[in-house]
Ligand binder design. Structure first.
Ligand SMILES: Nc1ncnc2c1ncn2[C@@H]1O[C@H](COP(=O)(O)OP(=O)(O)OP(=O)(O)O)[C@@H](O)[C@H]1O
Ligand SMILES: [Mg+2]
Length: 369
């Protein structure tokens, strides 16, 4: 990519199927850009501590933390953080609730506790909110987003729509009563806190659930537009030339298939593509294997006891390595063809796991080559 495909972008999203190296490549891209003088934040949605491990840190939290790197081209800085959906949501509520009292009521509400902690999609939705915050943060010029291992790698792009629907209460109203969903009458009575209906239902259910629900929706009144607006802002940013999606793959069949599907979906949905990255590519040998007799002679000369046997095993290993390397190379060619002859960037399969800044420098170098 010579990184040229990525310079000047505000947001870079790394996606791809499970285990192909998204976290490693995200950290590598962030480091490469920081080395070139950019102030970069790399953020992971994955609650597993892979990003922290890749950067050689004991842990990462919601607060961006600066990672020491070598001398950079200018003012380059590398920062890292791990999404904390609940902390992000709490911050949002405090910032956007109409009054501090309303914020407090929302934070103390049990429905809220479930929504912010457990509702499917809230993690991804909060990632979108966090992106908004980070791209507004003057400390960072670039935000690199490491997406989690998801069934559908692009789930998080749908999250804003899903969650706004949820907050707008459609599903909650359905839950509340079928009549409420149909005619809205039952709902409005509850929402207004009609004490008779309320107390009867509460006695019947024996729970405070309904009061919580009513209060929750009441407290969110007036905040819906803010949520939708911010979701729209992120959607616009992610569709603009200031964003780039980097699809990461390994040479295995399934990840290549997934990468092609991702590229097709991103293109169809109008998202800007950055370079594709083929990770863990084994290099082709520079030289043909030595003739057997020469190898046996050399090994015997070096004092090997079973030179014949050793030579055979060495040649078998070399042939095996070459077959794998050829397969990786073919996968790159196939992906390039499927992507309309856009050559993917190749990152070698390193013998040592590319962790800590020293290890990630190798990834950054490969990406910049
Ligand atoms: N080029 C490479 N050479 C050697 N090891 C690598 C390379 N890239 C990644 N790895 C190793 O492969 C493992 C998986 O990498 P990583 O965690 O980056 O993948 P991921 O796509 O983020 O996985 P997940 O889908 O679980 O989030 C890690 O142990 C990582 O150190
Ligand atoms: Mg990962």
């Amino acid at each position: 990519m010579s990184l040229s495909g990525l310079e000047g972008r505000r947001v870079i999203v790394c996606c791809g199927s499970g285990g192909v190296g998204k976290t490693t490549i995200s950290a590598g891209i962030a480091l490469a850009l920081a080395n070139r003088g950019a102030r970069v934040a790399v953020v992971t949605i994955d609650p597993a501590r892979r990003l922290a491990a890749a950067l050689g840190l004991a842990e990462l939290g919601d607060d961006p933390r600066q990672v020491p790197i070598g001398p950079t081209g200018g003012s380059g800085e590398l920062w890292a953080l791990q999404l904390d959906a609940k902390a992000t949501f709490d911050r949002l509520v405090c910032r956007h609730a109409p009054t501090p009292e309303a914020a407090e009521r929302i934070l103390a509400n049990r429905i809220y506790a479930h929504l912010s902690g457990a509702v499917a999609g809230s993690q991804e939705y909060m990632a979108v909110e966090r992106l908004n915050e980070l791209t507004d943060d003057p400390r960072f010029e670039v935000v690199v987003l490491d997406t989690p291992p998801a069934q559908n790698a692009l789930d998080f792009l749908d999250a804003p729509t899903r969650i706004t629907h949820f907050i707008e209460g459609k599903s909650l109203r359905m839950l509340l009563s079928p009549g409420a969903a149909a005619g809205n009458l039952g709902w409005r009575m509850l929402h207004a806190g009609s004490s008779t209906v309320f107390s009867i239902l509460e006695r019947v259910t024996g729970a405070q659930l309904l009061r919580d629900l009513s209060e929750f929706l009441g407290a969110f009144d007036g905040m819906y537009t803010g949520f939708s607006e911010r979701a729209e802002r992120v959607r616009t940013l992610l569709h603009s030339p200031r964003a780039a999606f980097v699809v990461v793959s390994s040479a295995d069949d399934e990840p290549v298939r997934e990468a092609v599907m991702l590229v097709e979906r991103l293109t169809a949905d109008g998202y800007p593509l950055g370079p594709a990255v083929m990770n863990r590519i084994r290099p082709r040998a520079d030289l043909p294997p030595p003739p057997r007799h020469a190898l046996v002679e050399a090994l015997a000369g070096a004092g090997a006891t079973h030179a014949d046997d050793l030579a055979d095993r060495t040649l078998a290993q070399l042939a095996d390595d070459e077959a794998r390397a050829r397969r990786d190379h073919d996968a790159c060619t196939r992906l390039a063809r499927l992507l309309g002859d856009r050559e993917p960037v190749q990152v070698p399969d390193f013998a040592d796991e590319p962790v800590e800044i020293a290890g990630l420098e190798h990834v950054a170098d490969a990406l910049a080559r």
